[in-house]
Design a protein around this ligand. Structure first.
Ligand SMILES: Cc1ncc(COP(=O)(O)O)c(C=O)c1O
Length: 399
């Protein structure tokens, strides 16, 4: 690991995104970490560091340090080739005869991974009604009783019960009571993971709310420019970090040095971007909830949203994503999307440009997601231009 510039504890996140993950202040050292384009390293001895670029690479260090710092982890993060590679490094740890619990609405590829583990006879998959905390805790208790987990016998390298959390969920924007759910998991010896992609490390810090590991699709708000795929996992448990590191090294889903550098470059402006996008998302959520063509809006920062109180208690920023359900069928909703000029119809989120997607166009999305639901990822354009484009496109519905 390359030597880092250590930060004082009392700095705000806006400062940490800029000052974190930089090389140590050494005379004539570069201000930004260099990109190390080498697959192997000169080595006569047998040290674990800088042996081969699948094991470790200086180019990952800055990003791994700054995200761990923002999430409140005591160990450096682990950068992966994509969010899914980070997610696989956690889910794949479950042993034969285990249980994975995840909300009914969870990012579809995370569900596919868990379903694959189930199909191979490794894990049982239990789906959760995230907004109903009592029922979530009852499911946790049932899984812990079935698998015999206790806080004394928890195995972070091979969890018998893994709680997979997403809050807010993709694409329904439901909010779970993270402190209550995560503390129940801890009490029951259940290892908990939170996909914090929607909230970003600036909006929510699940480790401080009781999670054991946090994963991100750093492709989204962390890198922030829709030009790179990256993932990151952070934990303060040595054993869990070592197991994920071994998974990365053996499975080989490593980030390229240039991609990691782009990720860190994105982090430098993350506070500005996420704040701007969150502010605009709230303006749009408020206005769209009054629009005659819109049947429902979900945004955790909207005072009338069912998740608002929980979100206000556990989030610092409400994020750049909202969903709207139109008073329309699938074909009419597609016509609205086609009529947009500033919003780009594309999957993904968290970039500087605003994206829109009718989620049910994906066959893998469950039928509980309405056909006319649009997921809006708000960028950093002028909110008045974004709203004008939406109202003009919605007018194709005659409302
Ligand atoms: C919430 C969430 N988690 C994980 C992922 C997967 O990340 P990646 O596309 O970087 O593999 C996505 C991608 O859309 C996502 O929205």
């Amino acid at each position: 690991m390359s030597e880092q510039n250590n930060l004082e504890n009392n700095l705000s996140p806006q400062t940490r995104v800029v000052a974190g993950g930089r090389p140590a202040h050494v005379e004539n050292a570069p201000v930004n970490p260099p990109i190390t384009m080498s697959s192997t390293f000169y080595q006569l001895g047998s040290s674990d560091i800088n042996t081969y670029a699948r094991f470790s690479n200086d180019s990952w260090d800055g990003l791994e340090a700054v995200i761990a710092d923002l999430e409140g982890a005591t160990l450096p993060g682990l950068v992966f080739a994509s969010g899914m590679a980070a997610i696989a490094a956690v889910q794949d740890l479950v042993p034969v005869g285990s249980t994975i619990l995840m909300p009914a609405h969870t990012y579809m590829a995370s569900v596919t991974l868990a379903k694959n583990l189930e199909a191979r006879g490794i894990a049982k998959l239990v789906r959760l009604d995230l907004e109903n905390t009592e029922s979530v805790i009852a499911e946790l208790e049932a899984a812990a009783a079935e698998r015999g987990t206790t806080p004394e016998n928890v195995n972070y390298a091979a969890p018998k019960v893994l709680l997979w959390m997403e809050s807010p969920t993709n694409p329904m924007l439901e909010v779970g009571d993270l402190p209550a759910i995560l503390s129940a998991a801890k009490r029951l010896g259940i290892v908990s993971a939170v996909d914090n992609t929607f909230a970003t490390p600036l909006g929510q810090q699940p480790l401080t709310l009781g999670a054991d590991v946090v994963v991100h699709s750093a492709t989204k708000s962390i890198a922030g420019h829709s030009d790179v795929l990256l993932g990151i996992a952070v934990t303060s448990h040595e054993v869990l970090r070592a197991a994920m590191h071994a998974h990365r090294t053996t499975n080989g889903a490593i980030a390229g040095p240039f991609e990691a550098w782009l990720g860190l470059r994105g982090v430098r402006t993350m506070a500005l971007r996420v704040k701007q996008a969150s502010d605009s998302a709230l303006v749009l959520a408020r206005r769209l909830s009054e629009h005659p063509a819109v049947r429902a809006v979900r945004y955790p920062g909207l005072e009338s949203d069912p998740g608002y109180e929980r979100a206000a208690a556990q989030m610092n920023l409400f994020g750049s994503v909202l969903s709207i359900t139109l008073d329309a069928d699938a074909a009419q909703t597609d016509e609205v999307v086609k009529a947009l000029k500033i919003w780009t119809p594309a999957t993904s989120l968290g970039g500087v440009e605003s994206l829109v997607e009718r989620r049910r166009r994906h066959g893998a999305e469950p039928h509980s997601i309405p056909e006319s639901l649009l997921r809006l990822s708000v960028g950093i354009e002028d909110v008045e231009d974004l709203y004008a484009d939406l109202t003009r496109a919605l007018s194709v519905l005659g409302k």
